[in-house]
Write a protein that binds this ligand. Sequence first.
Ligand code: DX5
Ligand code: ZN
Length: 228
Amino acid sequence: MTTRHPLTELVPGPVRIAPSILAADFSRLGDDIRAVEAAGAEVLHVDIMDGHFVPNISIGPPVVASIRPVTALPLDVHLMLTEPGRYIDPFLKAGADHITLHVESQGDLTAMLDRIHAAGASAGLTLRPGTSAEALVPYLNRADLILVMTVEPGFGGQSFMADQMPKVRRIRDLIAAAGRPIHLEVDGGISGTTAPVARAAGCELLVAGSSVFGAPDGVAAAMARLRA
Ligand code: DX5
Ligand code: ZN
């Protein structure tokens, strides 16, 4: 069995950076991953899109399997799929340490979260900008992470939606009421300018694609700006 490093091994609280490889150069993906690991990233975010749940297609289990031996970073796999239940096992087999599901996707989310846990991975839930925080409530007894989307999922390089911050604060209160350690992650438009806004609202795990891999002065400088 694979040795996994679920995100439950990281105590929620300190700011951590999860570069999204969606914005990497896929012709030199291994080098780009090694660069963010060397610059101190704590997590690697992997966006999976099916062209149906979102209007874009990204990568599948074979690419996850090929990056697995390249990095020791935990692989945080964000499934933007209409039927995630069909693909959980292939992504676990490919080496995912963590899987996040959309609450808007089809299938029995409770059973899927349990299936992810049974494989030794951590499990998260995420929601589109238009979905209310209350949709998460039935799952807060088993989710290890909540991911707040601050763009409409599907593409990198979009603008941060500051109007999602009241929802972040509401989710932070729901997490406190749940009385369990649950990571609060944010994804979409995170840069040196918007990271402080997300942090002030309570997010501690910052996904960043274009601001890291597209930085003209390199990934280390970009990540330093996110932590500043
Ligand atoms: C969007 C993805 C994001 C994306 C973020 O659907 O979930 O992870 O890579 O990209 P940036 O940081 O460029 O907004
Ligand atoms: Zn993502």
